[in-house]
Design a protein around this ligand. Structure first.
Ligand code: COA
Ligand code: ZN
Length: 305
């Protein structure tokens, strides 16, 4: 395929999106172990946790402890998700390298997820940005339900563009579009990102896909065709949002990285180390994970005839 980016940056979200909706509390020690193991695979960006209400998401109640214990190698950005100013202040206190503010494109989902309208989220983000700036910490924004809402259905492209425009006016320096419940298809992704990237060619955009309906990797390729170079993924393909019905795992980090490497696209990541992380995550959670390359191995392996 002509014109695909030659280099991609992966953002690992496994210890956040991956486990936030699990019922059984994953011990803090194991979250820290996994975060540090991921940090040794060559990843440069890890959405390690979220500073959200522990009543809303009990699994993330240990965010500050996790942030206090992780290794801090140079070049690695630990970038937790924050829903509001309280979360932003907690995340800055915990020495975050970047904040990821979150809102949705649809009001119904935003109200379920963070109990505010989209407009109120934007007002909150307007308060977060100066506080982060003061601390010298950059801010990305993630827009949930950008490709469809499990409550409202279709989300018009103009709606997503309007929110992107408002976020950029407020001063976020990167925008991620999230397909929270795996509703996006590749044609839609290419159309949406084509439009957005031609309107804001200088802005870095990221994509966050869930593989809920098996369209995740195809959507990554669609994103590549529009030149997007930042992809969220979770180790082993775990994941899901507690406030989205039927939400399941993100695209699996090692599956995306394997595909990119096979396509000749560089990630700077050690695929074998990622596969070992996925296997360890499977041990920690005590179950099989959706990731496929962790089971089949890379295409390069040869079996005894
Ligand atoms: N971190 C920790 N505690 C927080 C908090 C945060 N970011 N934001 C609010 N709180 C606390 C308040 O201090 C207050 O505590 P109190 O009851 O002891 O006084 C309580 O939570 C309620 O605060 P309020 O501002 O009224 O929050 P809310 O009940 O309207 O909930 C959110 C709003 C955003 C805090 C909550 O919905 C949330 O954390 N959502 C995150 C959902 C999520 O992570 N989804 C998946 C990722 S997209
Ligand atoms: Zn997600």
């Amino acid at each position: 395929m002509m014109g695909l980016p030659q280099v991609v940056t992966m953002r690992e979200v496994g210890t956040r999106d991956g486990i936030q909706s699990l019922g059984a509390f994953v011990p803090t020690e194991q979250k820290i172990e996994m975060a540090n193991a991921l940090a040794r695979t060559g990843l440069t960006r890890i959405e390690v946790t979220s500073f959200v209400s522990p009543k809303a998401v009990p699994q993330m109640a240990d965010a500050a402890v996790v942030m206090g214990a992780i290794e801090r190698p140079p070049g690695l950005s630990w970038e937790p998700l924050v829903p509001n100013l309280v979360g932003a202040r907690r995340a800055l206190e915990a020495r975050s390298d970047r904040l990821v503010v979150v809102l949705a494109a649809s009001d119904t989902f935003n109200l379920k997820n963070i109990k505010m309208t989209v407009d109120d989220s934007l007002t909150g983000i307007a308060q977060i940005i100066p506080v982060a700036r003061e601390a010298g910490v950059p801010v990305s924004a993630g827009i949930a339900t950008s490709f469809g809402c499990p409550y409202e259905g279709d989300v018009p492209e103009v709606r997503v563009q309007e929110i992107v425009g408002r976020l950029l006016e407020l001063g976020v320096d990167e925008v991620g579009l999230a397909d929270t419940t795996g509703m996006a298809n590749p044609v839609q992704v290419e159309r949406m990102l084509g439009g957005i990237r031609s309107r804001w060619p200088e802005v870095p955009f990221g994509l966050h896909f869930h593989n809920t309906r098996g369209m995740g990797l195809a959507n990554v390729v669609a994103g590549l065709r529009t030149g997007v170079q930042i992809y969220d993924a979770s180790i082993g393909g775990i994941g899901g949002c507690p406030f989205a019905p039927k939400a399941t795992g993100n695209v699996s980090t090692e599956d995306v990285v394997h595909m990119l490497h096979e396509m000749g696209i560089e990630t700077g990541l050690d695929l074998d180390a990622l596969i070992r992380c996925a296997q360890r995550m499977s041990e920690i959670l005590g179950r099989d994970l959706p990731g496929q390359v962790m089971k089949a191995g890379p295409v390069g392996i040869r079996h005894a005839a």
